[in-house]
Design a protein around this ligand. Sequence first.
Ligand code: SAH
Ligand code: SF4
Ligand code: F3S
Length: 475
Amino acid sequence: MNILHLALELITLAHSYVQLFAPRLGDILTYPKMANRYYLDTMGCQMNERDSETLAGILEQLGYQPTAAAADADVVVFNTCTVRAKPHHKLFSKLGELRRIKQRQPNKIIVVCGCVAQIAAEEIRRRAPYVDIIIGPRNYSRFAAALAQRRQLGSSGEPIVVTDDRETIPEGLPVCRYTEISAFVNVTYGCNNFCAYCIVPYTRGREQSRQMTDIVGEVQSLVAAGYKEVTLLGQNVNSYGHDLAERVDFADLLAEVDQIPSLARIRFTTSHPKDLSVKLLAAMRDLPSVCEHLHLPIQAGDDEVLTRMGRGYTYAHYRGLVDAARQRIPDIAISTDVMVGFPGETDEQFRNTVRAFEEIRFSQAFMFKYSDRPGTRAAQMPDKVPEAVKQRRLEQVVALQNDIAREINRQQVGKVFEVLVERADPKSPGKMRGRTRTNKLMIFPGGEDLIGQLVPVQAEAAYLWGFLGKLPSES
Ligand code: SAH
Ligand code: SF4
Ligand code: F3S
């Protein structure tokens, strides 16, 4: 090779090197320090957990990588909850912790999204003026644009606020799932019920059902990626379909999803007692993948309190639903949400709630003290129950429910359950954890090869949280 050839070779090489790296170099020149990291903190319910998977999907598509510390992140995202006063206040204490860091790192972009963002943009601007983006739960299709705009504007000035609760939620936003075996799938967004105490209809907007084909398509792709279980999510899944052109309801949707081959289990939450149909109970009985678990929030066991809450059912109606469910599906586990100390709740009315718990014997309950949410009807109601009384009532119902749940679990020791194995138990080496169809946690000795499988596990010891078990072949 003569010297001319060598020179030509080198020029060609250099040229392809530039071509190969030019786009990246260009990026680096446009956005200095762009090995970007994001920190995402999720508060609240499963809706927020699912939304955070979308937020993470958007960030990762933009080239951001996750980090476990807000201090290291270029973008810090708080996905927030305001269902009670406590998570609302928690956001502001977390933002307070960031104040100094933001002073030192003014290019760090702070985003508040989720339910607090939707209803409290003004409060966020007043109490944490260094927040860069405030974006409501229906507006995540505009998240990437808001980030780009903020980067262009720099860190000074007014925050970008996007809180349009009438926006239709688009299909096909990127998603970065946190779990491998079991996934959340939205069925409806928003809520139309306006229970007197509840902020959710104000934070999430009016109810919108997803098209059945979109839901089924999402589940099909999850199954293709190896998922074995889906939990269908909505504030009131039983009203699914009322706003669709096609005349379909939630039972029809379950039947469609049940047809998907290789999907082992379907769960759903939340069912509203005023809309739960016999058709749905029949679907739960007849469709093999639908788990024997019904989450049916009672909220109170007293008719007058239920009326003032605007729940739209009586205790007798609720009781009738429980009986109808147990008649059709004998092994069904029924769980609930309850609230004590609703404005005006007397000792006697509270005792009716206690009696309801004794009669029904829930497998599990999420129990709360009523918390005033500004803007709701209940916030205007007289006769607020003193904190100490609420606390006492909560402790009483928690103690009762814990006894019941332990007893229900104890009665099932020795029984063999079908368990969907989700992961290794982080606290006990050599043990795996999974759930029964009735949504009880089971921890048992086994190897990671079992992850994603349905295995029979015998319950050996019962606890409040579930069971310790063993594979039946073990002695
Ligand atoms: N859509 C679901 C509930 C979503 S909010 C349903 O209709 O059941 C989850 C739970 O938080 C509610 O079931 C209720 O028990 C509780 N909750 C809602 N607002 C509350 C408030 N203001 N104070 C205390 N608990 C509340
Ligand atoms: Fe809130 Fe009632 Fe809607 Fe549930 S159904 S989200 S409690 S308003
Ligand atoms: Fe969920 Fe909290 Fe919003 S419970 S819907 S994240 S207010």
